[in-house]
Design a protein around this ligand. Structure first.
Ligand code: BGC
Length: 723
């Protein structure tokens, strides 16, 4: 991999105990700034001495190359052995040029686009001094109340695995010493997204079978793609917090999957073993985490205060300590840091790359491809001949559309919807008003009159609604995931005076949109689209771009349906009546029905895609043979567009209950106006494996069904037999 021949073992031999332990400590960059006088309190809390401070191995959270260089230079001259620091950062959906949140990127159904965006982020971050990103986050999710669903690709294990691996490959490339690349860290192992009731950091109790079938595959895919680091999750999993969970970190991760990369704790997760009530004090917490395999302790008092003592007392062997330290030194070597502690970064490079026109262009394309047209009664796309345009709503003119975890990006660098529409239609007469706030507790209607007047006088109205960016992300769970505040009321007032209205949505999770869906003729889900969000929105609204995103996490009709997901197991009493009425003595809700408002895989287009045929080249297969599947889709419109063709499978009879549908393959294709495209897939036996009641990964002979079509109407189905 790396070109560096630096002798890390020789270096290790020269190191004192304190120097070794230092390599396993990660502190926030504020501890390393020019003046650290104001952080005496936090230093004492963590039990970090000034002597240890000059020996730590890595840092996180900084803002520019200038800051990195300053910290690195001072650190290397203070450190007796001049060992470079590792600089780590959450480069989740861009470093400075921000592309859509991962939930949106997943909706693109385009792993190549995900790779392109990750490469762009990698180049910018690397120029800015970042050596490793805490990406990809591949936590499997089913509950939109959890704020961190914005960081995932949703409720399908296959999609999560493909998108996760794509990010690892793009960030790390073939060689992490290449200055365009940075190292990656998969997180949060495991099942952080299974938090009870969608409340962040909450307990997770999930059967081993479910873990292995739905929650584990994406982490494993990232490991198979060569990710160098892994971060265990904050939550307890079946009673034991992940960072101290031997079954998880020793048996599954190391013994079964052969992961020998670095394990880093999440922020203060070692210290939190105390608050979990698992460790009595920091020393016990440090011992538990270290024995479980945690190499680096991020921001807790555990290793700082106790690891040296634990070694001196013989509770931690020096051999084990050396192994962990060597892994950290090896990562530094692989990155080429012993030769170039800045990894090719520079202020000039950072300036030239960040927000450059090429990167903005890619961010715009990604925002267009991620957007999902949830509803359209024909009002969209708007004609550019409309001269009078009203932009109404709390997201009409704001740059606060980056979304959570947008690294060093700024709201002021984002193209708002108003900026985007004005740039696309410079001659139009555009009125912009907020109408109301998007905050849940602000019920002020004093802006309604101005908004209603603007709508009355306009040819078309663009309603820009959503939830503020800080309503999703870490620590941002919501119990009632409706449009906050009086936004639904505003929408009703506007529609009453102008039906030529489309709603644009900015949000970090599936929302309950039942009321809005009944009110407005068209809804375009933008998620948090990033730096070029407003430009992308304008192109989509006026037909310069054609929506092609598909929902990857079900939008419930009511929060009471949560958790809701398309790949749920069959029940003994399924609901069989097709509409939403309650069906007594069937698994069904009174007054709501079971169906989501918008299911997984749903997304409309301005083109009209007709699924014409699904053919199999044979209806029998064995574990050594395969079946070729061909799906023909016709674009029955005068507009070229893209369609994510999805193939689903149902195992009709098996020894354990199987999901009613599972995505087994997908491909996004471009289909010209009036053209027909045939998409081919190959089905092989491993696609049908599952965990049986004894937790063995098997496929069982029998009948299977494959289907395709539009998500709410998989019209084409074929059956075959696995012998
Ligand atoms: C988050 C991680 C993140 C870390 C460092 C934690 O609070 O859970 O996802 O990587 O902070 O910023």
């Amino acid at each position: 991999m790396s070109k560096s021949n630096f002798d890390t073992r020789a270096l290790l031999k020269k190191m004192t105990l304190e120097e070794k332990v230092g390599q396993l400590i990660q502190l926030n960059s504020m501890f390393l700034g020019e003046t650290t006088a104001d952080i005496t309190g936090p230093k004492q809390e963590l039990g970090v001495s000034d002597s240890m401070l000059s020996k730590i191995g890595s840092t996180l959270n900084f803002h520019s190359f200038a800051e990195v260089k300053d910290i690195q230079d001072r650190h290397m001259s203070a450190d007796r052995l001049h060992i470079p620091l590792l600089f780590m950062m959450d480069v989740i959906h861009g470093y400075k040029t921000i592309y859509p949140i991962p939930l949106g990127m997943g909706a693109s159904f385009d792993p190549e686009l995900v790779k392109e965006c990750s490469k762009m982020a990698s180049k910018e971050a690397s120029a800015g001094g970042v050596h490793l990103t805490f990406t990809p986050m591949v936590d499997y999710v089913r509950d939109p109340r959890w704020g961190r669903v914005m960081e995932t690709c949703g409720e399908d294990p296959l999609l999560n695995s493909i998108m996760g691996a794509a990010q690892v490959e793009a960030f790390q490339g073939d060689d992490i010493s290449n200055p365009d690349n940075i190292a990656a860290c998969v997180k949060h192992f495991a099942a952080y997204g299974g938090a009870e009731a969608g409340r962040d950091y909450n307990t997770v109790e999930i059967s081993e079978r479910l873990l292995r079938e739905y929650y584990f595959p994406a982490y494993k895919a990232c490991i198979d793609a060569g990710v160098v680091m892994l971060m265990p999750s904050f939550n307890s999993l079946n009673g034991v917090p992940s960072i101290a969970n031997k079954w998880l970190l020793q048996k599954v991760l190391k013994e079964e999957w052969g992961f020998d990369g670095i394990i880093i704790s999440d922020y203060n997760a070692v210290g939190e073993l105390k608050t979990h009530g698992i460790a009595e004090n920091y020393k016990d917490a440090a011992l538990m985490a270290f024995e479980c395999g945690c190499d680096i302790d991020m921001m807790s008092a555990g290793y700082c205060s106790s690891l040296c003592r634990l070694v001196e007392e013989g509770k931690v062997s020096e051999e084990k300590l050396d192994k962990a330290v060597l892994k950290v030194l090896e990562l530094k070597r692989a990155l080429g840091l012993f030769e170039d502690p800045y990894h090719g970064g520079s202020a000039e490079k950072e300036k030239a790359l960040c927000l450059c026109p090429e990167h903005r262009e890619l961010a715009r394309k990604a925002a267009e491809e991620s957007a999902v047209l949830l509803k359209n009664n024909g009002v969209l796309p708007f004609s550019k001949d409309n001269k009078k345009i009203a932009l109404i709503g709390p997201f009409a003119s704001t740059g606060a559309i980056r979304g959570s975890w947008s690294c060093n990006g700024l709201d002021s660098e984002c193209v708002s919807v108003a900026d985007g529409v004005k740039a696309l239609l410079p001659d139009a007469e555009i009125t912009v008003c907020n109408g109301c706030s998007a905050e849940w507790n602000i019920l002020d209607r004093s802006g309604f009159d101005e908004a209603i007047n603007a709508a009355k006088n306009a040819d078309i109205v663009i309603l820009c609604l959503g939830e503020p960016q800080h309503y999703s992300g870490e620590g941002s769970s919501r119990a009632d995931i409706v449009l906050p505040g009086v936004q639904n009321e505003l929408a009703k007032e506007i529609i009453a005076v102008n039906k030529n209205t489309a709603a644009l949505l900015f949000n970090g999770r599936p929302l309950v949109l039942t009321e809005l869906d009944e009110t407005v003729p068209a809804i375009l889900e933008m998620w948090f689209p990033g730096t070029e969000g407003g430009a992308a929105a304008a192109n989509l609204l006026f037909g310069d771009a054609n929506p092609s995103g598909k929902v990857t996490m079900s939008f419930p009709r009511s929060v009471g349906q949560c958790p809701i997901y398309y790949n749920h197991p069959s029940t003994g009493r399924p609901k069989t009546i097709p509409d939403d009425r309650h069906q007594p003595y069937a698994s069904s809700y009174i007054g709501c029905g079971n169906l989501p408002l918008y299911p997984f895989g749903h997304g409309l287009s301005y083109s009209d895609f007709v699924y014409e045929s699904l053919t199999l080249d044979t209806d029998k297969m064995t574990s050594d043979s395969e079946i070729k599947v061909s799906i023909t889709v016709r674009n029955n419109s005068g507009r070229a567009g893209k369609e994510a063709v999805q193939l689903y499978m149902h195992d009709l009879f098996a020894s354990t209950v199987r999901p009613i549908q599972s995505l087994i393959a997908f491909k996004k294709v471009e289909i010209g106006a009036g053209e027909t495209v045939t998409v081919d897939f190959t089905i092989t036996e491993p696609m049908f494996r599952f965990y049986n009641a004894s937790c063995e990964f098997v496929s069982e002979p029998g009948k299977f069904e494959v289907s395709t079509g539009h998500a709410d109407n998989l019209i084409l189905t074929k059956t075959f037999v696995l012998e």
